[in-house]
Design a protein around this ligand. Sequence first.
Ligand SMILES: Nc1ncnc2c1ncn2[C@@H]1O[C@H](COP(=O)(O)OP(=O)(O)OP(=O)(O)O)[C@@H](O)[C@H]1O
Ligand SMILES: [Mg+2]
Length: 351
Amino acid sequence: MSFVQLEQLSKSFGHSLASAVNDVNLHLEKGEILSLLGPSGCGKTTTLRMIAGFEQPTIGKITIGGQTMYSANVSIPPEKRGIGMVFQDYALFPHLNIEKNVMFGLNKWKVRERKKRVQEVLELVGLEDCAKRFPNELSGGQQQRIALARALAPRPHVVLMDEPFSNLDASLKEKMRHDVTNILRKANTTGVIVTHDQKDAFAVSDRVVVMKDGVIQQIAEPRQMYKCPRNCFVAQFVGKTNLLDGTMCADLKHVNTHIGKVCLPEREDTMIENVKVSIRPEGCLLADEGRYSGKVENVTYSGEYQELVVRLQESDSDEETMMIYAPMEQDVVIGSAVSFDIKPELVALVD
Ligand SMILES: Nc1ncnc2c1ncn2[C@@H]1O[C@H](COP(=O)(O)OP(=O)(O)OP(=O)(O)O)[C@@H](O)[C@H]1O
Ligand SMILES: [Mg+2]
C-alpha cells in the first residue's frame, strides 16, 4: 500500500457544474517528492488543500500512512493529519522571532525537547544563527527556509508546499530548488509541491503530475514526461515543441508529415493511421546536408541557445514553420537556407 493515496477525489464548489478537481487518483511512496504542475485554475491548490484537510472533497478517499483521513464517513481535522504546510506567502508571524515562529507547532512538546528540535531544524535549513531575528530581518530565500523549518519541526508525515518558489528572483529560485529538495531528502519527508513552472517541477521532484481543468493528464518521471508526453497539452506545457499532423507508415516506424518522413523512437506499435507527432526543438540539429530544409525566418537569443524559426516551404501558414534550437556559437543569418536532421529520441506520438 502506498504511503499517501488519493482515490477518485473530486471537488465542486457551490453550484458550479464544472469540477475544480475531477476524479484524481494518486499514489505516493514514503519519501517521494511529487509536483502538481498545471496552468492557473487547474485545481492544484484545491488538491493540496484537500490533502491538508482545509477543503472537504465532494467525493473520494484520502489515506496517509494507512490511516483514512477522508472518506464518505471519515473526516480527520487538519491538525491531526500529521501534515506540514508551507504557504505561498510563507505566512511567518511578523511579531515573533524565528525561534518562536519555528516553535509554533510544538506547543505540546516538553520545553527542553522543543528547544532541541528548533535547533535541529534550523541547522537542517542552515539558519541556526538567525534564531533571534525577526522575519522582516531575513531575505526572501531565508524566510522560505524558515517556513519550511516550521513545517518540518513537528516531524510531519507529509509536507505540502504551495508555489514555494514563486516569490523568488531567478537565481535565488534555482538555489532554493536545490536547497528544498536537499532538506526534504535529509528529513526523509514525503512532499507534494504545487507549481505552474515546469522547471520547478522537473528540478525538485521524483515524479510530476500534469493537471488541466481538474483532470490529471499524465504522471511520470521528469525525463520520461519530457521525452514521451502523452498528449498535445502535456507536450506544450512541459517545454516547447513542434506539433505535426501525419499518417503512420506501413513499417510503423515512420510518420509521413508535411516536412517529410519523420522517424519514431523505439516504442510499442500503434496501429492508428492518423497521428500527431511532437518534435522537441533541440531534437532538430542543423546539419550541412540534413534531411529537411528551409529558410531561417527569425532568431531569438536566450543566452544558452538560439531559437530559430525555420520556414519549410513558400507558405504563409504558421504550421509550415519549425522551431529549432541551435548552439550559440553557430552563425545563423535570417533569410539564409539551412538544413537539419531530427533525433528520433525527441520525437513522440501524442494524442
Ligand atoms: N473557495 C472557492 N470557491 C469557489 N471556487 C473556487 C474556490 N477555490 C477554488 N475555486 C475554483 O476552483 C478552480 C481551481 O482552483 P485552484 O485554486 O485549485 O487552482 P490552481 O491550479 O491552484 O490555480 P493557480 O495556479 O492560479 O493558483 C478554479 O476555477 C477556481 O476558481
Ligand atoms: Mg493555486
